[in-house]
Design a protein around this ligand. Structure first.
Ligand SMILES: [Zn+2]
Ligand SMILES: [Zn+2]
Length: 278
């Protein structure tokens, strides 16, 4: 694949819980998952919400019996970011090599966290026994290179922790900053530096300002207005509002996009199927 030929695709854009139903059809109701095909046999994935199942179904349509590599970067381990994992067909394919990248949580390694979750009585199959070749990387905070993409991480402000990831190659930058609450000066400044000049900033815009101020301080999420402020300070080219609240309908999200664009015209709202070229 050419140096400039990647596309980061959204398979799930919803935060907290999947939201099937007519009110969310346009943006989609699956929880967080994005991916980029780096080659026919190599894929980079961000988070494993229910969108991962749809990605897995698409990958299942590829030629069988071919070795494939998957590098999966996990922002954190809340359900909406990992609940699609048991339903990812490459896990059950002996030709797959899957590497999970994440952070140690509560003294447990990425392996311990994930193997503890995908096991009886939560799920009938043990992750520890799947036929694919699975590896785990506990981040040391340093960048990792996958194909020609440098993946860097930055801790965000969120209960139980969360990591932002920056994908960089050939002068193009995408920052994935989900599950983050603005308001801690040091973290906010670090995120601005991390996002400086990015082509795209994908940012946690869970709440309206009024929802945040009245009830949701300390819940670990942010607002479209804080997203705009961060994008402006970091001089990002395009802001993508993400991690939509489960109670926000397509109509609500259109309204959020409308008011956000009054502040920052280069703003988009994340939808399933949307692709960011980089
Ligand atoms: Zn979340
Ligand atoms: Zn979370």
């Amino acid at each position: 694949m050419s140096q400039s030929g990647y596309k980061l695709r959204f398979w799930g854009v919803r935060g907290t819980v999947p939201t099937p139903g007519g009110e969310t059809l346009k943006c989609g109701g699956n929880t967080v998952c994005l991916s980029a095909a780096l080659a026919d046999d190599r894929h980079l994935i961000l988070d494993c919400g229910t969108g991962l199942r749809i990605l897995g179904n698409e990958l299942s349509g590829l030629k069988r019996g071919v070795p494939r590599q998957y590098h999966i970067f996990l922002s954190h381990y809340h359900f909406d970011h990992i609940e699609g994992l048991p339903f990812f067909p490459p896990l059950y394919d002996s030709y797959s090599a899957i590497t999970f990248h994440g952070f140690r949580s509560g003294g447990r390694s990425v392996r311990q966290v994930l193997e503890g979750l995908i096991a009886p009585p939560y799920f009938p199959v043990r992750l520890a026994g799947v036929p694919s070749k699975v590896e785990y990387v506990d981040t040391d905070g340093l960048p990792v290179t996958v194909s020609d993409i440098e993946v860097s991480c930055l801790p965000l402000r969120h209960p139980d922790g969360s990591l932002s990831y920056r994908l960089q190659h050939g002068g193009k930058i995408i920052v994935f900053a989900t599950d983050h609450e603005h308001g801690d000066e040091a973290t906010d400044k670090a995120l601005v530096r991390f996002s400086e000049g990015a082509d795209y900033l994908i940012y946690d815009a869970t709440y309206l300002q009024a929802e945040y101020e009245s009830l949701r301080r300390g819940w670990g999420h942010s607002t479209w207005y804080a997203a705009v402020k961060t994008a402006r300070l970091a001089k990002v080219k395009t802001l993508v509002l993400f991690h939509h609240h489960p109670d926000h309908s397509d109509q609500d999200l259109e309204e959020i996009l409308r008011v956000a664009r009054e502040e920052l015209p280069a703003t988009e709202i994340a939808k399933e199927g949307m692709e960011l070229p980089f």
